[in-house]
Design a protein around this ligand. Structure first.
Ligand code: ZN
Length: 230
């Protein structure tokens, strides 16, 4: 059944109309509100979607001299070293939500800092043992090596019942405190009281994991990029 898009008013066909809670969208509008089809809209209201559409369909403000990519750091950051600008990317894979890329001038960056949970400096993090030389009892060693994320271990009843990691939601026991990093991010303090967080590790990882080593390397690259430009 053909209809009309409730956002742009274009005709929709049977195969290219997308239903939200209280309306239908054409394929073009759906693409815009779903960040290139990466989310569903069935549970969203037309009012919410109209707001997202207005925000996302607007071109990204590049500033007067445009943006010329001279360096890219993972999915986190683009640099324009010629025009002294940087672009914070959406980083959706890590944060789980789409945010529009934002462009700033390096002059806008007052300072930056590494945030980690537990709070450690970069050097302290880099000095954490990469190998599993921490006290781990046999129950943990029996667990599948694929359980890189500590959350996998938390959810494994078998491991928990044998007391390998005694972890409550808010408290990490002494032993695991040294071996688990719950979060890693670079916090940017910008002019006018603005701040942005570049999230690198969103959920607990073991310091022995590849995820942690890669995350720390990304943090170093991001901070080096800011260090050389500011
Ligand atoms: Zn439309």
């Amino acid at each position: 059944m053909a209809g009309t898009c409730d956002i742009c008013g274009n005709k929709t066909g049977f195969l290219n109309q997308f239903r939200c809670q209280d309306g239908i969208l054409c394929k073009d509008c759906y693409k815009i509100v779903s960040n290139h089809y990466s989310s569903t809209i069935a549970g969203s209201s037309l009012t919410e979607l109209k707001k997202i559409h207005a925000r996302n369909s607007r071109p990204i403000e590049l500033g007067e001299d445009g943006f010329c990519i001279t360096k890219k750091i993972g999915t986190f950051l683009l640099l324009d070293q010629k025009n002294h600008k940087f672009c914070l990317l959406s980083n959706q894979q890590i944060t789980g939500t789409y945010t529009r890329p934002e462009i700033f001038r390096f002059e806008q960056l007052e300072r930056y800092e590494l945030l980690s949970e537990p709070a450690l400096t970069f050097d302290q993090l880099a000095a954490l043992p990469a190998s599993k030389n921490v006290k781990e009892n046999s129950a943990l060693q029996d667990s599948p090596p694929a359980a890189d994320r500590i959350s996998d271990i938390f959810h494994s009843a078998a491991v928990r019942s044998r007391g390998a990691f005694c972890v409550s939601q808010n408290e990490i026991s002494c032993d695991t405190r040294k071996t688990v990093i719950r979060k890693l991010a670079v916090q940017l303090h910008l002019t006018n009281g603005l701040s942005r967080e570049i999230l690198i590790i969103p959920s607990p990882v073991r310091v022995s994991s590849l995820a942690f080593r890669q995350g720390l390397k990304s943090a170093e690259e991001i901070m080096n990029a800011f260090k050389t430009q500011t």
